[in-house]
Design a protein. Structure first.
Length: 530
């Protein structure tokens, strides 16, 4: 039985004909009940736009009304309006969004957000909804979910937020699940579990799955058929076996061949640019109405590290292990205890105003580029903001610097007049890299900088980061759950679990001969899955 049938779908962005961008051009595909279709392709190829069209979630009026046909169980969905689509959204059709931080409501707890569709569509009571929420959090591998029901999105790690998104999408047991990069923010030990979970639920509820992913290894494990998209068009489609083993189109062949490889281009110098000793970061847990005594937990517990000039230190571990919290504390974005020395200056006791002159030397690229880019500023304004604060350059000189750095990260100078919502996830990440690099920092923190990128773009970005490190003698603190990316980028690896360092050493030693049980488990999961 055909669950979803898309025929000749076309989508144009911008109401002005002279500047219109045709994001999707005459795309057709169908999905059978209980089957999985994977849409793969580079960032900006039109995968997410095609998926958002199904549920009527395109950003009107920026997108002109899509043309073509989208039928769900024989019922036409395209351009039917909010009232018609509301019973479908979250009930018969669920969606896991690519960027959970922007998809989750910052003012609601995770219990409220997961329970909302259960109360609206399934008419559950508050108590029934809470029990179901706890079941869903357990299903998606959310550790300590029962004690985090009152947490808000900003209090969760990237991987934990993604698990909340998956729980929300599955809450009403939909007939069709649209999964836009469902394992992007998850560490490798959880990815395999999430894949197994989705497959199990799909069999249990005979659910159709439209999977959008750049991870072809994951696609091979879960999909029945593949449609390859490029520049808004489907260039090849067929069974998984056919596409992955006998691809016909040159673009498909290049996509399959792309994978992070190589090693850093620099040799670390003797000079230490950053050193930290006995860093600890604690957070207060929210208290209940009946028990007012506050409780605390240590997100980072007695961590020490050093970083040399021209060196990349890879920091790995499961979501919630304290990786991001650690680097935020090193940048003085979170309060911490312990000693932090940057370029010979002790900074752990410096306040916000005292740190301001050092901000241009300590830059960060965040995991979620869309939420870190101001939607009201043009790309030129976003990238130039740091120079306007930290340099004495004229407006013409700043514009030339913006154009130069855009070219360095592989973007056209013409994009500087556009806004973040007009770009794909991968393009937004390049913009975030340009914003950080334009200040020529001493230390650059990269928090999952390639997690939203497809494999062919990942390889380009890794090569770009390696070349920029060599050119400017940069030092990187590199956080990633992708061990192949870490292996390609890092001189040394530090493995974290529950806020502590369980193992540290040269990259080859940690990857090939890990000593701790946890590091062994991490490496086995990473390279078995990949």
């Amino acid at each position: 039985m055909t669950l979803l049938a898309v025929k000749d779908l076309s989508v144009r962005f911008s109401p002005h004909a002279a500047t219109a961008v045709e994001a999707v051009r005459r795309v057709s595909f169908s999905l059978e009940q209980g089957k999985t279709l994977a849409l793969v392709g580079e960032s900006g190829s039109g995968k997410s736009v095609s998926a958002l069209s199904i549920m009527g979630l395109l950003p009107y009026p920026l997108a002109s009304h899509p043309t073509g046909s989208i039928q769900f169980e024989g019922e036409e969905l395209l351009n039917r309006g909010e009232n018609f689509l509301r019973p479908y959204r979250g009930n018969q059709i669920g969606m896991i969004f690519q960027e959970p931080m922007t998809a989750l409501n910052p003012l609601h707890t995770i219990e409220q957000q997961i329970a909302e569709s259960l109360i609206i569509h399934k008419k559950l009571t508050a108590k029934q909804a809470r029990n179901r929420v706890m079941e869903l959090l357990t299903l998606v591998g959310f550790a300590d979910g029962q004690n985090r029901l009152n947490a808000y999105p900003h209090q969760l790690s990237g991987g934990q937020r993604q698990r909340v998104m998956i729980a929300m999408a599955l809450a009403c047991e939909p007939k069709l699940l649209i999964a836009d990069e469902p394992t992007t923010a998850l560490d490798v030990t959880i990815q395999a579990g999430i894949i197994t979970l989705i497959q199990s639920l799909q069999r249990q509820f005979n659910m159709g799955l439209l999977l959008i992913s750049h991870d072809l290894n994951m696609v091979a494990k879960i999909a029945d058929s593949i449609a390859v998209m490029k520049d808004g068009e489907i260039v090849e489609n067929g069974s998984v076996q056919q596409i992955l083993h006998t691809p016909q189109h040159p673009y498909t062949q290049a996509l399959i061949a792309a994978e992070p490889s190589g090693s850093p281009l620099t040799t670390p110098q003797e000079e230490t640019v950053m050193q930290a000793q006995n860093i600890e970061v604690g957070f207060k847990r929210s208290t209940s109405w009946f028990w007012q005594k506050p409780t605390f937990f240590k997100a980072v517990n007695d961590v020490s590290l050093s970083l040399k000039r021209g060196e990349t230190l890879g920091i790995v571990g499961e979501s919630g292990s304290g990786k991001s919290t650690l680097v935020y504390s090193l940048l003085r974005l979170l309060p911490s205890t312990g000693k932090i020395v940057f370029c010979g200056q002790q900074i752990d006791s410096l306040g916000m105003k005292q740190m301001r002159p050092l901000r241009n030397q300590l830059q960060i690229i965040f995991q979620d580029p869309f939420s870190s880019l101001n939607p009201r500023l043009s790309i030129s304004q976003i990238i130039a903001e740091g120079l306007e604060v930290h340099s004495q350059l004229s407006s013409q000189e700043i514009e030339q610097e913006v154009i130069s750095i855009l070219k360095e990260v592989g973007l056209s100078e013409d994009v500087r007049h556009r806004y973040p919502h007009e770009f794909s996830g991968g393009q937004r990440q390049r913009i975030a890299i340009a914003r950080a690099l334009i200040l020529k920092p001493e230390v650059l923190v990269l928090d999952e900088p390639t997690s939203a990128l497809d494999r062919s773009i990942q390889a380009d970005v890794i090569e770009l980061l390696r070349n920029l490190q060599k050119k400017y003698n940069l030092s990187y603190l590199f956080i990633s759950h992708d061990l192949k990316v870490i292996k390609a980028m890092s001189h040394r690896i530090m493995v974290m679990k529950d806020g502590k360092v369980v193992e540290e050493g040269p990259t080859e030693q940690i990857v090939a001969h890990p000593q701790s049980d946890y590091a062994k488990k991490l490496m086995e999961a990473a390279f078995a899955l990949r």
